[in-house]
Write a protein that binds this ligand. Structure first.
Ligand code: CA
Length: 240
């Protein structure tokens, strides 16, 4: 499953242009022509980021952003405002309601993608289309391939997302429920031991690379991804 971006824009030509460029950049897009339609889409499943036009029919983009920020379920979705307005006061208003960035029309698709990448990298690194590479283990979100050197590692969709999340958040411990929220997503009700099952599968898939040990179990706390070698207790391998 790739990163999903919701485009809320009433002009069909702009919507299509953006959708095409997002697809080229490895993102999945879903379009809405107004706030009402966008709300229905969000109700079904949360997007990873919203591109929100300022001037929309009925409810404006800025009012819609305010609604999203007030709602517990949607308040953390990254929002990039799109607008023809260039006045400083508008920009300030956009940022004040909690938009994460601001792109002025006309924009080049290249600039827009760069802004999206930057916001995602900052807020949800595992949702960006950037390649993640750690000591030869390489995950490419655009073609969905995980390789170690020249060899590909075959992964199921959940193991892929789990690895992507963990490689994007190394050295930190995540509990099973945190992993469920971040990897499985909201609206999903599965038991915590499901996480253990997929961790086991992921380790098995990585076994031949010797990097399965990077997925560490932290007793009583959860799991951590760490490429730092565990130094034996006698300290004979200690480097300094
Ligand atoms: Ca518009």
């Amino acid at each position: 499953m790739s990163t999903k971006i919701l485009i809320v824009e009433d002009e069909a030509a702009i919507r299509e242009l953006i959708a095409y460029n997002l697809q080229q950049a490895g993102y999945e897009s879903i379009c809405a022509e107004d706030a009402e339609r966008a709300m229905a889409i969000i109700h079904d499943a949360l997007p990873d980021l919203i591109l929100l036009d300022w001037l929309l029919p009925n409810m404006t983009g800025i009012d819609f952003a305010r609604v999203l920020r007030r709602n517990e379920r949607t308040r953390l979705i990254p929002i990039i405002m799109l607008t023809a307005r260039t006045q400083e006061a508008d920009k300030v208003a956009g940022l004040e309601i909690g938009a994460d960035d601001y792109v002025t029309k006309p924009f080049s698709p290249r600039e827009l993608i760069a802004r999206i990448n930057a916001v995602l990298r900052r807020l949800i690194p595992e949702a960006s289309a950037q390649v993640v590479e750690i000591h030869g283990l390489r995950l490419d979100p655009v073609n969905h391939r995980v390789t170690d050197g020249s060899r590909e590692i075959a992964l199921g969709p959940i193991e892929y997302r789990l690895l992507h999340f963990m490689m994007s958040h190394t050295e930190r411990v995540y509990s099973r429920s945190q992993l469920l929220d971040r990897v499985w997503g909201d609206h999903v009700f599965v038991e915590e031991r499901t996480v253990d099952v997929h961790i086991r599968r992921l380790r098995k898939a990585l076994q031949w690379t010797g990097k399965d040990s990077w997925i560490q179990t932290v007793r009583g706390a959860g799991y951590r991804f760490s490429a730092v070698a565990v130094v034996p207790a006698n300290g004979s391998n200690k480097k300094s």
